[in-house]
Write a protein that binds this ligand. Sequence first.
Ligand code: ADP
Length: 450
Amino acid sequence: MFDKILIANRGEIALRVIRACREMGIQSVAVHSTADADAMHVRMADEAICIGPPPSTESYLNVASIIAACEVTGAQAIHPGYGFLSENANFVQIIQDHDLTFIGPTAEHIRVMGDKITAKDTMKALGVPCVPGSDGGVPDLASAKRIGEEIGYPVIIKATAGGGGRGMKVAQTAADMESAFMTARAEGKSNFGNDEVYIEKYLTTPRHIEIQVFGDGKGNAVHLGERDCSLQRRHQKVFEEAPGPAISAEERAAIGKTCADAVAKIDYIGAGTIEFLYENGEFYFIEMNTRLQVEHPVTEAIFGVDLVREQIRVAEGLPMSFTQDDLTINGHAIEVRINAERLPNFAPCPGRITQYHAPGGLGVRMDSALYDGYSIPPFYDSLIGKLIVHGRDRPEALARLNRALGELIVDGVDTTVPLFHALLEEEAVQAGSYNIHWLEHWLETNLAEG
Ligand code: ADP
């Protein structure tokens, strides 16, 4: 059993992990940059250690300092949160070389899923449905054109090493192929140091549906249903819900089983998310995230489980505390991501919080590292809180979200809260009838800059 866990992260997710540790009787160690000396995760952890200057490359991504912090404090395991080093296979390898435990999947699984072509090949072989497209990398423009004709336009050209929505270009017709192919390649090269690209059928009106899976690393795995994260801006999720309003119980059981079986076969350990585009009743795999997701609380709400506690358990070699049969859905949950950003152009808005009041009451969870007088540093992500509501059904969850947003006070900086007030007025949001392009269109018509 672990006595002490180091959390290689900051902000709300560091608090999330500290809370799980405390409930399990495990000591927690926070690491922080000099810019975060007054941060909430530093105050809440049992111990805290400074690992470097403000830029994350010199602190939260500084592997040597993090390993040294483990040695100094006697922490036996590292929880990476999301972002930063959470999907870095080399980091996992180094942790193991120091006889420490990484709370997450193996370096090998991270590596396989981190390369989009290998991930797709692996999933295909495991029986997971994929978007029709090229078999692996596409070497040159002539092959790209041939594949475009074969699968039919529109198509999307993606950098194998791409991420965060970068390195992807759509070709609506054959005439667009040359520029789309060249641009995707150039972006792959300049952003990720790899110019390999592949081609997929471009789905025009899909939803983003992701399946939460969990494995014990010994051939057992379960699924915890889906999350619908279709409301996105620039491929970044802003509003997530579970269960998905468009997914039937039969569809959930079928795709859930496919995903659980797939990860069981590879002895996957810990939490993972298999992301799909969903159109006309079909699921198309796009990528797997080998970590805890930002939006995991909506799944926790409807299943009544603590996914971080479960991650720690399996990392210790213990079995999962539930089986597939134990996992039943109760009600509906919605999360909104509250960013310190100024509308309408979502410009980051760091600064001092003069007043903070978190909403409460039945079915309300506020995951945030804010406090009165806190200064949001300009160096990191603009996410300052996640408001999660849970109701007996979707209408109740929506009403609760509206009520909770009304109670929330964040003074001193601009936030994305007004966006959610406006979205809740929209019929498409009330009906849950949106696809991945809906929010971008809505923003263009309703929040035009200027
Ligand atoms: P990244 O790793 O950069 O996030 P993904 O492969 O997960 O890239 O794709 C990001 C987003 O791009 C998806 O959520 C979806 O909005 C869009 N997308 C990706 N592939 C397709 C496709 N074949 N058809 C339509 N949209 C796509």
